[in-house]
Design a protein around this ligand. Sequence first.
Ligand code: NAD
Length: 476
Amino acid sequence: MTTSHYIAGRWVEGQGGDCISVNDPALGQPFAELMAASAAQVDQAVAAARAALPAWKATSASERAGYLRGFAEQLGQRREALISVQMRNNGKPRHEAEIDLDDAIATFNYYAELAAQLPSKNREVPLAAPGFTARTRLEPVGVVGLIVPWNFPLVTSAWKLAPALAAGCTVVLKPSEVTPLVEQAYGQIADALGLPAGVLNIVNGKAETGAALSNHTGLDKLSFTGSNSVGSQVMRSASAQCRPVTLELGGKSAIVVFDDCDVDQAVEWIVAGITWNAGQMCSATSRLLVQDGIADALLPRLQAALENLRVGNPLTEQVDMGPLTSQAQWLKVASYFATAREEGLQCLAGGRALDRDGWFVSPTLYADVPNDSRLWTEEIFGPVLCARRFATEEQAIAEANDSRFGLVATVCSADLARAERVADALEVGHVWINSVQAVFVETSWGGTKGSGIGRELGPWGLSAYQSVKHVTRCLG
Ligand code: NAD
């Protein structure tokens, strides 16, 4: 049993009465447990953040930048422990757990730099009208609730914590109940750095704890990353209080492969886009649109590449792909295999759970999937790729855009003018050309349509935690 809630600068035991099992998905067995926070403890965390706000927002931007650099350094000092816990609790292969840690470090360093530049953003605004001056002040939004999922816990939390603290907000973070251990590092780092009590609070728990936070009247904003069904509940509570909300939701993203591509290179991109993190990526490119001229050469090689992936326990084997992170996710992916059989889809690879302990499935490829199939339209969140063929550029754009989601897309073509043209026509928040899943902290992250509201990362990620105030003075 771990003491796992960080409230007002102290570690406390959960009083929620609901026990959370922390599992090793490669074995399908628990290795730790913790008691969820009670609604009263969520209250205490919000109250602590409220009490800490006046002093924290009054700190200088360079002081906050110093703390953020401290977070980056301290994450680096905990490197091996943070990689190990992600391998064990998420089932991530080592190199993916390393990338996550490096991304989190880069995020804190980046927002330290933006925080340091903040004073220059508060500036005089030239007015056409005589007799007045005006100046802009960028102020913190206030007390912010942060609710995150389990697929990239360290990174997703860093994308929220770093800009929120940089802006001068105080926060209450609610990690996922599936992976509640890794983000405890943020509380330990706050302790080590002497971050003022209440600036960062962490409460663990399941849906009830999340709901207690998102319904709380003491917040000024909520930033949520997770599923569309929970996102719409979070949005309802925000609307009940007319409170701003950022939503980073699901996806069903396209990878468009034109017939001028190098086949082997295209296969590498396609495989990475659907098997990294065992396909449990909001940005998984799970809809393959392949041009007629290359499809017959590409699909058999793609099938072989997926079948040759080493799937296993990242802690004991050399693997390309680990297990799914939770039993619930494993059952969900298995239910799509059943649906595919009912729909009579043509399965070229996988399509089944592995016959071993743990929550493993085979990397899966379905070909010529009808565009009204549930597997083509719904987010599966596993290593399940559906392919369709297209003839023309216009057809590829129309098919890619025919989705209620709009998170990301990948375009693969040797004709860069065409690739750029297609990228401009896609209704998504981020497009990769001849690359896959490369997320840089300077660029934005977020979706159009059903994939969410607002942007994280880059200067947009900081703006999400800032409120613009103007001070206009009559010279008269
Ligand atoms: P989820 O929506 O089930 O849970 C997300 C978080 O919300 C968890 O911390 C959970 O405890 C909490 N929660 C659950 N019920 C709640 C309620 N009623 N009120 C408030 N909080 C509640 O999502 P998940 O299964 O953890 O994550 C997978 C989903 O997240 C996928 O749909 C994926 O696409 C999405 N995701 C999106 C992005 C992005 O950047 N767009 C990134 C990662 C994951």
